[in-house]
Design a protein around this ligand. Structure first.
Ligand code: ARG
Length: 472
């Protein structure tokens, strides 16, 4: 029996004094890594099964471990489990309780492994589930986006460059731009998942183990695609977590762009959309206010996810091989990114599904005021043989005249337009209307309503095809 002054610790044999309370708090991770408990248990059970198959522990030991784990599972689920900071982390908390419940079998479980390969395995299992959850929510958000885009495939709105009215697009076309961003985000998560899905167990502390283990069996048992090939790498690198946070950062960047547009669009001066009340709040002092809190917060929370990525990159950059305790700091940023993205996707899927009222009249009015079809007039003249640069200058003058008159280009009379170029004929009005301008952009990727509808149905199929391999 261990009778050293630090004997509360599993590793206390060679220590002559206990750690101070502050150091205990500083080094403990149980407050935040306890959420790994299911995956820790999953990993332990697969490891125990392998140990028994390889005759490293007895069949009775395995039965005891399985029985003890089932009890612990119930205790945790019922909120009866006593988490203890004295036991440092989730691994020691579970192992100690297991040993209390089933005796020596609990102590045999750790043969052939270390907390180093154990924690790396736990995080990978946890993250794999997290990625699957994200893919499912992202899929729901994208389906909502496609449905809205289909409904609004022919709703004209101004497209902007430099935040100035540029040319007509449709609201559906605009939304499908976000679909493309989110589809690439999904691809990134799926790609990241492949590298997450490798088994570290068997690496033990850093050098592997002298027990006759069967890593392939454990990998198959846990649904990992393969084992990590190098023991030093297996316990030390967290690049898979960094990649995940990078994918989260880009996803949040895309959400943030959409959020920024929602904030602008729902400003009464623009008034392109109204958000359902459940996504907004009022002011404590100004009774008239309805503030776009949800999109603003999504924009704000993008910053913390980018911060999580920077934290992990910096955490890793100067670590010598192999495991260092620095790595315990991987969890909070990782969990924060996962939680933030998960909540954000859940809310935005709901918001896009039925939280947006589209104000088509405001969009059309903005098109009119912005002379959005000016380029179409220039293209019209160019088709009639005017060099495009000259056409550009002619239309500039026409815009000036329309502006002075306070009307859209399409409201100028034929005679007025002919004053700028004798080549203008009656067919000019087909080009000058918003509908004419949109219909003319009739190619893959263009803003014509028929193209937008076709793009939306292709989007649905592309999303499905992407998600098939992970069967979300
Ligand atoms: N709580 C630790 C972590 O998260 C577990 C591994 C500790 N290993 C060690 N040798 N101190 O990284």
């Amino acid at each position: 029996m261990n009778s050293s002054p630090a004997s509360q610790y599993t590793w206390a044999g060679r220590f002559s004094e206990p750690v101070s309370d502050l150091v205990k708090r500083y080094t403990a991770s149980v407050a935040f890594d306890r959420r790994l408990w299911r995956h820790d248990m999953q990993g332990s059970l697969a490891h125990a099964k392998m140990l028994a198959r390889q005759d490293i522990i007895g069949a009775q030991d395995l039965a005891d471990i399985e029985r003890g784990m089932a009890i612990i599972r119930q205790e945790i689920e019922n909120g009866q489990f006593q988490w203890s900071i004295d036991l440092e982390d989730v691994h020691f908390n579970l192992e100690k309780r297991l040993t209390a419940l089933v005796g020596d079998a609990g102590k045999r479980l750790h043969a052939g492994r270390s907390r180093n390969d154990q924690v790396a395995t736990d995080i990978r299992l946890y993250l794999r589930d997290g990625i699957d959850g994200i893919l499912e929510l992202l899929g729901a958000l994208q389906n909502a986006l496609i449905a809205l885009a289909e409904r609004e495939a022919a709703t004209p709105m101004p497209g902007f460059t430099h935040l100035q009215v540029a040319q007509p697009v449709t609201f559906g076309h605009h939304l499908l731009a976000y679909f493309e961003m989110f589809l690439r985000d999904g691809e990134r998560f799926i790609d990241c998942r492949r590298r997450v899905n490798r088994l570290p167990l068997g690496a033990a502390a850093l050098a592997g183990t002298s027990y006759p283990i069967d890593r392939a069996f454990v990998a198959a048992e846990l649904g990992f695609e393969a084992v990590c090939e190098n023991s030093l790498d297996a316990v030390s690198d967290r690049d898979f977590a960094i990649e995940f946070c990078a994918a989260c950062s880009l996803l949040m960047t895309h959400v943030s762009r959409l959020a920024e547009e929602l904030v602008l669009w729902m400003n009464p001066r623009i008034g392109f959309v109204r958000l359902a009340d459940r996504f907004c709040t009022g002011s404590s002092i100004m009774p008239q206010k309805k503030n776009p809190d949800v999109p603003e917060l999504a924009r704000g929370k993008t910053g913390r996810v980018h911060g999580d990525l920077m934290a992990l990159l910096t955490l890793m950059k100067a670590q010598p091989l192999a495991y260092n305790k620095d790595n315990q700091e991987d969890k909070e940023p990782l969990f924060d990114a996962l939680d933030t993205v998960t909540d954000t996707l859940r809310i935005f899927a709901d918001l896009l599904a039925d939280g947006i009222h589209v104000c088509a009249d405001a969009m059309r009015e903005a098109l009119r005021q912005g002379f959005a079809t000016a380029t179409d007039l220039a293209d019209y003249l160019a088709r009639k043989g005017v060099p495009f640069r000259d056409a550009h200058a002619i239309v500039g003058e026409a815009v000036k005249a329309a502006e002075e008159k306070g009307v859209d280009l399409s409201a100028l009379t034929l005679a007025e337009l002919q004053a700028f170029s004798p080549l203008v004929e009656n067919d000019v009005f087909a080009a000058l209307t918003v509908e004419g301008s949109l219909a003319a952009r009739n190619h893959v990727g263009g803003a014509a309503p028929a193209q937008v509808k076709a793009a939306a149905s292709r989007a649905r199929a592309r999303l499905e095809a992407l998600l098939v391999p992970v069967a979300v």
